[in-house]
Ligand binder design. Structure first.
Ligand code: GDG
Length: 729
C-alpha cells in the first residue's frame, strides 16, 4: 500500500532522557495537529530530527530512541551537535530566516554553514530514500529543507514530491542577494507541487524562478526539463474545533478557574480592558515596536492609563543566536522603562511573561482578553491571530493584526495596521477598545466562519489533493513523451516504409538557442547527421530564418530548404519563391518596434526579407511579458487591415505577410508527392501550423514540454539529435 512520508526538521515529538530512561511525548504544534490525520493514515511515516544530538547518545540509547519513536510511526535523522549548530542555528536561522523575512542586515552567509546545510539535507535524503517505496508520496516542510526535493528527485525520479514553505518567500530584489540562490531554487524545483501561505509569496517565488533560472512560467506552472511543476497558495489553518471547544470548556461554570484566570479577572471590569499579545521571542514578531507603540498610545490617549493592560507572552526561542539574545535584552529594558514611566501603586501597564505556558493557560489568556494585538513586522502566516478568534465563543473581542502577517490576507474583518506606524497603531487600538459589541460580534462571526471551514485538516487535504492531481498531469505527459514503446514504434515505422518525408525546424529543434541568432550556426556533427538522413528520406529544413542565412549555411548541401516561414524553397540548387510578397509595410512597422527596443533593454530587431522580428530572449522576463502584451495590442490594430499577421515564436514576435506560414508548405509538399512516413519536428508556435496540416498518421513531435497540437513531445535539441541518429543507425 502506498504511503505518505512527511519530512520536517523536527519530529512531532518531544524526546527526553529522564534518569536514564527515555520519555516520548507527542508535540501539539500547528503542524503536528494539521498532519495528524495524514500521518495516522495507512502506513504513513514522519521523518525528522528527534531533538537529541546523535553524538550525545550511546549506541544502545540511539537504537532505543529509534525503536521507541518507530512505535509513533516516526523515523529520526541522526544529527550531531555540529550539524545543529551549523545547519539549524547557523544557515537556517542566521542566513535563510532573516533574509526571507526581509531582515537583510541580520543575514550572515558563511561558507561552512552552507556546506553543513547541504550535508544535512543529504542526510535527510538518505533516510527518506531508505524508507521510500515505489508509489509513495513525500511532503517536505519548510526552509530548513529547501534542497531536499531535488535530492530525492535525483535518486527517485518517479516519486511524487510536495513542498510547503511556512515562512514568507521574499521578493526577487531580496532573494537575488542570496549567494546560493540558484542552488536553493534548484533544490525546491525537485518538487512537483510547491505550496506557500499566500499568493504574494507564490508570486515572488515565480518571479525569482523566471529571472534567476530563466524558466518558462505559464500562470502557476513552471516548465522544467521534462516536468511541469505546479505552484499554489494554501493558507494554513488551525485546529478550530480544538480551540473553540477548549474555550467553551473554560467558560463552563462548573470548572475550577486556574490561578492565572483568577488573576486576569481581577483586572477585568466594565471600563478596564486586557490587551493580549503572544509570540515566539523573534525579531520578526515586532515585539519592541509593539511596546514603543503602546507607549505612544498611552502618551497620546492618557485617559487609558490605569484602564488598559498589555499582557505580553514571549516564548523563548533560538536563544543561542546573538540577534535573539539582543532582542531579549532590548525587550526587558523596554518593558522596564515603560512600566517605570507609567506605573501607579495599583497598576502596571505591561505584564510580561518570558516563558512557555501550558495549553490551558494559553486558552485562559485568549478568552480573558478584550483585544489581541498581533503586530509582526513580517510573518509567514501567524496562527496566534487565528487561535484568538477561534476561542471567542461569546462572539466578542477584537483582533488588531499587522498587514505584514500572511494571515491578514484572509482576515479582512480584523483591524489591519501597518506595524511601523505608531499613529496607525494607536488609532486602531483606540478603535478596538471602543468598538460597539454588535460590530465586534459581526466581525468575529465572519472570521470564525472562514476559520472553521478552512481548518488545518482541510489545508492538509487540499494540498495533498493538489499533489495527487500533479500525478495525472505527469501521466498525460508520459503518454505523449517519445520514449520507450513510442520511440520503438517511430523507428520501426521509419524502417518499414520507403517514401519518407522529414520536416525539421532549425532553431530550438536541431540547435539550441544562442543570445545572438547568428551564432546558432550548424556544426560538423549536424551536417553529418543531415547528410545521412538526406540519403534515406526527403529531408526539408523549414525555418523562419531568412534565405540569405540559410544559403550561407546550407547552400552547399543537397537538402531542401524552406525559409522565411514558407516564402522561399531551395531545391536542386535553386531558390524559388513560393509566395509573392510585398515589403513596403516594413517602413511603417519598424519605427514601432524601435520604440519597444528603446524601452526594453536586451531586445533587438531582426530584419528578414519578408518579415520583421523583435527578439526579447535577453530581456528581463517580467518586463518582456508586459511589453509583449503592449506590442501585441499596438500591432493588432495595424496588421489586420494590411494583410499582415503576428507570429509569437520562442521569445520572439514576428510580423509578416498573413498568407504565409509553415503549414501551407506542408500541405503543398504532401499534395505534390506521395509519402508513407511523415515526421514533423518543431519547437515553437510557428511549428504548430505544420502539426495542424500534417496527416493524422504523421509523427508530429514538439520539442519541449509546453502545450501543443503535436502527438509527441521530446525534451530538447540534444534529444532530437539522438532520435535522428537512431533513424540512420
Ligand atoms: C511559523 C511561521 C506560520 C505560542 N506560545 C505558546 C504556544 N504557542 C503556539 C501558538 C501557535 C504557535 O505556537 C505559534 O505559531 P505562529 O504561527 O504564530 O508562529 P511561528 O512559530 O513563528 O511559526 C508562521 C507558522 O510557522 C505555521 O506555518 O504561521 O508565520 O513563522 O500555535 O498557540 N503554545 C503553548 N504555550 C505557549 O506558551 N502551548
Amino acid at each position: 500500500m502506498n504511503k505518505t512520508i512527511i519530512v520536517s526538521n523536527r519530529l512531532p515529538l518531544q524526546v527526553s532522557i529522564q534518569e536514564n530512561s527515555l520519555e516520548i511525548v507527542p508535540s501539539v504544534g500547528g503542524l503536528a495537529t494539521g498532519m495528524k490525520s495524514v500521518h495516522a493514515e495507512g502506513n504513513g511515516i514522519w521523518i525528522g530530527w528527534s531533538g537529541l544530538p546523535e553524538n550525545e547518545l550511546s549506541s544502545e540509547l540511539s537504537i532505543e530512541v529509534q525503536s521507541k519513536i518507530k512505535n509513533e510511526k516516526c523515523v529520526s535523522v541522526p544529527l550531531t551537535n555540529q550539524d545543529i549548530e551549523e545547519y539549524y542555528e547557523g544557515f537556517s536561522n542566521r542566513a535563510l530566516w532573516p533574509l526571507f523575512h526581509y531582515f537583510t542586515e541580520y543575514s550572515n552567509f558563511e561558507q561552512n554553514e552552507w556546506e553543513a546545510y547541504k550535508r544535512v539535507n543529504e542526510k535527510f535524503a538518505e533516510v527518506v530514500i531508505d524508507n521510500l517505496e515505489d508509489g509513495d508520496t513525500v511532503w517536505v516542510h519548510d526552509y530548513q529543507l529547501l534542497l531536499l526535493p531535488q535530492l530525492i528527485k535525483d535518486k527517485k525520479p518517479n516519486t511524487t514530491i510536495g513542498f510547503f514553505l511556512h515562512i514568507p518567500f521574499p521578493s526577487y530584489e531580496i532573494f537575488r542577494t542570496f549567494p546560493w540562490r540558484e542552488e536553493i531554487l534548484t533544490g525546491m524545483l525537485g518538487a512537483d507541487l510547491l505550496g506557500f501561505h499566500t499568493y504574494d509569496y507564490e508570486r515572488h517565488f515565480l518571479s525569482s524562478v523566471k529571472r534567476i533560472m530563466r524558466l518558462d512560467v505559464q500562470f502557476n506552472e513552471i516548465s522544467y526539463h521534462d516536468r511541469m511543476i505546479k505552484v499554489d497558495s494554501f493558507p494554513m489553518g488551525i485546529d478550530y474545533d480544538k480551540f473553540y471547544n477548549a474555550a467553551l470548556e473554560h467558560h463552563n461554570e462548573s470548572r475550577d478557574k486556574s490561578d492565572l484566570r483568577k488573576r486576569l479577572e481581577e483586572h477585568i471590569s466594565e471600563d478596564k480592558k486586557l490587551i493580549l499579545s503572544i509570540d515566539r521571542m523573534d525579531y520578526t514578531k515586532g515585539i519592541p515596536n509593539r511596546i514603543k507603540a503602546f507607549e505612544y498610545f498611552l502618551d497620546n490617549y492618557p485617559e487609558y492609563k490605569e484602564k488598559v493592560r498589555l499582557v505580553m507572552l514571549a516564548v523563548p526561542s533560538r536563544s543561542n543566536v546573538p540577534q535573539y539574545q539582543k532582542l531579549k535584552r532590548e525587550t526587558d529594558e523596554l518593558v522596564g522603562r515603560i512600566n517605570g514611566k507609567f506605573a501607579t501603586v495599583s497598576w502596571t501597564p505591561i505584564w510580561y511573561f518570558y516563558r512557555s505556558l501550558p495549553f490551558n493557560d494559553l486558552i485562559d489568556l485568549y478568552i480573558s482578553s478584550d483585544v489581541a494585538l498581533i503586530t509582526p513586522i513580517r510573518d509567514g502566516m501567524n496562527l496566534v491571530a487565528k487561535e484568538y478568534v477561534a476561542t471567542r465563543t461569546n462572539g466578542d473581542g477584537v483582533l488588531v493584526l499587522s498587514e505584514m502577517a500572511g494571515s491578514s490576507k484572509e482576515m479582512n474583518e480584523a483591524l489591519l495596521i501597518n506595524p511601523n506606524s505608531y499613529e496607525d497603531f494607536a488609532l486602531n487600538l483606540k478603535r478596538a477598545l471602543t468598538m460597539p459589541l454588535d460590530e465586534q460580534k459581526t466581525r468575529i462571526k465572519f472570521l470564525q466562519k472562514r476559520l472553521k471551514r478552512y481548518d488545518v485538516e482541510k489545508w492538509a487535504t487540499e494540498f495533498l489533493k493538489s499533489l495527487e492531481d500533479t500525478k495525472n498531469v505527469k501521466n498525460q505527459k508520459v503518454t505523449k513523451k517519445l520514449t520507450g514503446d513510442y520511440e520503438k514504434d517511430y523507428l520501426t515505422n521509419f524502417k518499414d516504409n520507403n517514401k519518407r518525408l522529414l520536416l525539421l525546424d532549425y532553431d530550438g529543434t536541431l540547435v539550441g538557442f544562442k543570445d545572438n541568432p547568428q551564432d546558432a550556426k550548424p556544426d560538423e556533427a549536424l551536417f553529418n547527421l543531415l547528410d545521412e538522413l538526406q540519403k534515406k528520406s526527403t529531408l526539408v529544413l523549414i525555418s523562419g530564418r531568412d534565405k540569405d542565412t540559410f544559403q550561407r549555411w546550407f547552400g552547399h548541401k543537397p537538402y531542401n530548404l524552406v525559409t522565411d516561414h514558407g516564402v522561399w524553397l531551395y531545391k536542386n540548387n535553386e531558390w524559388k519563391a513560393l509566395e509573392r510578397l510585398k515589403t513596403d509595410w516594413m517602413q511603417n512597422i519598424r519605427p514601432i518596434l524601435e520604440t519597444f527596443v528603446d524601452r526594453t533593454p536586451g531586445t533587438f530587431i531582426e530584419t528578414k526579407n519578408y518579415s520583421l522580428a523583435w527578439h526579447y530572449r535577453k530581456a528581463d522576463p517580467e518586463l518582456a511579458k508586459i511589453r509583449t502584451i503592449e506590442l501585441n495590442t499596438v500591432l493588432t490594430s495595424m496588421v489586420a487591415n494590411n494583410g499582415l499577421s503576428i507570429l509569437k515564436g520562442n521569445k520572439v514576435i514576428e510580423i509578416k505577410s498573413s498568407n504565409v506560414n509553415k503549414g501551407r508548405v506542408v500541405s503543398r509538399l504532401l499534395t505534390q508527392q506521395d509519402f508513407n512516413f511523415v515526421s514533423v519536428i518543431g519547437d515553437d508556435w510557428t511549428d504548430e501550423y505544420m502539426f495542424e496540416e500534417a496527416p493524422e498518421s504523421a509523427y508530429t513531435i514538439k520539442v519541449g514540454f509546453t502545450k501543443t497540437k503535436a502527438r509527441y513531445q521530446i525534451k530538447n535539441p540534444e534529444h532530437v539529435r539522438e532520435l535522428l541518429k537512431k533513424l540512420i543507425s
